[in-house]
Write a protein that binds this ligand. Sequence first.
Ligand SMILES: *Cc1c(COP(=O)(O)O)cnc(C)c1O
Length: 394
Amino acid sequence: MIFPNMPQRFDFNEMQKIIEVLKTNKLWPYPVDDPKGYVNMATDLLKTFFNMPYVVPTSSGTASIHTALGGLKIKAGSEIILPPITDAGTVAPIIFQNAIPVFADIDPITSNITAQTIESLINENTSAVIVVHLAGCPVDLDPIIELCKRKKILLIEDAAQALGGTYKGKYLGTFGDVGCFSLNDQKHITSGEGGFITINNENVYFEAHNFHDKYYDRHDRGVRYHGIGLNYRLSELDGALIISQLPKLLNIVAKRRELGNMLSNLLDSINGIITQKAPENSGHSYFFYMFRIDTNIITKKRDEIITFLNSQGLKARGGYVEQPLYKTKVFQDKSFFNGGVWPAELVANKTIDYNINLPNAELANSSTISFSFHQGLTEHNIIEISTLIKQAIR
Ligand SMILES: *Cc1c(COP(=O)(O)O)cnc(C)c1O
């Protein structure tokens, strides 16, 4: 097959807005209450879109996770539960905020963590859970929300791959204490680099806003530098791009969902193929496409299947990440910082061991095949892909 290129994502709207910004002679997003500021206008559009009272724009998805942890005042040495199969941007801020990542096993069908896999890891030192809607497949949130309430721990959603995805009629990223998003070039819509967080609590909003801008107290509410924060600001150019990209999101997601669901229906009829199933009453946003092979039924090696797919024009790869994050050398060695110490471990006064085995995560990672997916595919392409996969596993 000839896999189509990503369709043109930027048009006259983006170009016009960028020129508008340049003509203002100002590229940073202040004053904070300027109604004509482009980052401010983008923030307002995001608040309306998500029906959330507060949004803080950030310079990346990674920065959005870090800003969430800062805004929620996560305690140094506390433990944060997350999945082992995710972007490095989910975990790095935990390390830099001096908290301890604790990896939970996943559900083999969705590749997401569940209330069950989280609960056994909760102890008196647990401060939060970060769920990741992997590939855009919604996490089954209700049982996790109930669990976090019962255990009095915070819930953060990493919705970087799930822009426009839904759960029980609401957008992903609006269920937790903070929802985190990325707008990097790979995501459904983009400002080049960028991200944002959604918040429903006023105090968390001011703390997060301060954290993302050096505690400069841009809202003039108290004392400048009453905390330590980084510079995770967006520029007005990014704001202009968000303003022109956001109206395109729902069509992009609708198209991907239609095509992705069609492909899953076709693949479900093949013995030995396990597709990623979204929970009931939820909407997948197909950031990329992933499926698993049941190695009890399909005896052909995954590498051979992938080689065949690639030879036929479908650029597929094994897994999403090369290995679960805890297996990487930096986690095995706990060499996060220079000088041979890991401050969080000292604060917690506990030795953390990443020499663990989460069976479903390892099984899923070794039997997953994924490939990029976008709104420019046609129904004909979807039939071609399913036919290729059928041929590849023979
Ligand atoms: C993209 C992504 C991030 C990080 O976003 P950046 O903008 O690249 O920093 C974090 N988590 C997940 C799940 C992602 O897909």
